[in-house]
Design a protein around this ligand. Structure first.
Ligand code: AHG
Ligand code: MN
Ligand code: MN
Length: 332
């Protein structure tokens, strides 16, 4: 007779699959397609997690000698994660297209019957891979705006973040956690490798309105705009702690749990900042707002920016409401 996982490992919360189903029944405005799409994204993260946990043993360290559209060197794991998510999303009828940090153009699936588009950073924090530090995956789900059964258009992809139906991330950290919102709160699920499934561990996550830490690449301090330098000096003066993980997902998760602010301002090197609006910022902005946090490019809410291109970059200030607002008061 098959054993229930809770006979072997006590005190497991509901699985991600159970929770998604119940949430969709509780909130009928959640599209019926979201549970299968989110389950598929979670399923695709499992083989990535397997590889991450064995990295050097399976020859997955290092670069592969190619560059993505943003000009970043592609690591082996970047492309493995990209291939895995795209392959898995192609297997379900709900999804017609994917855009990814590792591919210049829209990836469409041959049937094109699906009604939903996924935006992905398959592997966030690539410079952490070989350092054995935290990395992640970031995703957004949109409904296409052109009619189903017709070729996917740019406008199906270039939608404002406000149009996201769901968004979230997977953090491959000390444990592996899947955090998502279907615009009814933010929930986190920890991966139980013995069972091979995610279980609820963080229900109704709320980002504290104030935090104790700030995350920014201090190496660029001298080339940050004056208002950023003034804000950072104030953080130092007021006794905030500096923490910078080199992976947006990891910094964001710390702030979602404990409060804080992440900043990636414009610099001479990257006048629009470094982070991608569609592939990184929108998803985390959606999670942040659902959890009571704030995300801005310094001028407007991230979720209201009309994307002009898939790989468009924007400055990003995201985190605890009061910390981001204090920064925005300094922006000139
Ligand atoms: P990616 O690995 O997907 O290219 O993203 C890296 C991002 C982000 O995760 C991180 O916070 C930031 O780039 C680091 O950039 P710097 O090295 O310029 O600080
Ligand atoms: Mn990234
Ligand atoms: Mn990436």
């Amino acid at each position: 007779m098959q054993k229930n996982p809770s006979d072997i490992i006590p005190d497991l919360g509901p699985s991600l699959a159970q929770f998604l189903q119940e949430e969709q029944q509780q909130f009928p405005d959640i599209h019926k397609a979201l549970p299968p799409i989110l389950r598929t994204i979670a399923a695709a993260s499992k083989p990535i997690n397997e590889v991450v946990r064995k990295l050097g043993l399976v020859g997955m360290m290092g670069g592969q000698g190619t560059y993505n559209f943003s000009g970043d060197a592609q690591q082996k794991l970047d492309m493995t994660a990209h291939d895995c998510f795209v392959h898995m999303l192609a297997t379900i009828k709900e999804v017609c297209a994917v855009v990814s940090e590792e591919e210049e153009t829209i990836i469409t699936f041959p049937n094109n019957y699906g009604n939903y588009v996924i935006a992905l950073d398959p592997l966030d924090g690539s410079s952490n891979i070989d350092a054995n530090a935290a990395i992640g995956t970031i995703f957004s789900v949109y409904q296409r705006c052109s009619p189903q059964y017709t070729p996917v258009q740019q406008e199906d992809v270039l939608q404002t973040g406000e149009k996201q139906l769901a968004a979230g991330y997977i953090l491959y950290g000390t444990s592996t956690i899947f955090v998502y919102t279907a615009c009814h709160g933010v929930h986190g699920f920890t991966y139980e490798p013995a069972v091979g499934a995610f279980f609820l561990t963080h229900q109704g996550m709320q980002m504290p309105h104030d935090g104790v830490s700030y995350a920014i690449n201090d190496g660029y301090f001298d080339i940050f705009p004056g208002y950023i330098q003034r804000y950072i000096r104030r953080c130092r003066r007021d006794g905030y702690t500096a923490r910078y993980m080199g992976a947006l997902v990891a910094d964001f998760h710390r702030h979602l749990s404990q409060g804080g602010i992440y900043l990636y301002p414009p610099t001479h090197k990257n006048p629009e900042g470094r982070l991608r609006l569609m592939l990184e910022c929108n998803a985390l902005a959606c999670v942040a707002e659902q959890a009571g946090g704030v995300a801005s490019n310094g001028q407007q809410a991230i979720l209201t920016i009309q994307p002009q291109a898939i790989h468009q970059r924007v400055p990003l200030y995201i985190g605890s409401k009061n910390m981001v607002q204090a920064l925005l008061e300094k922006v000139v």
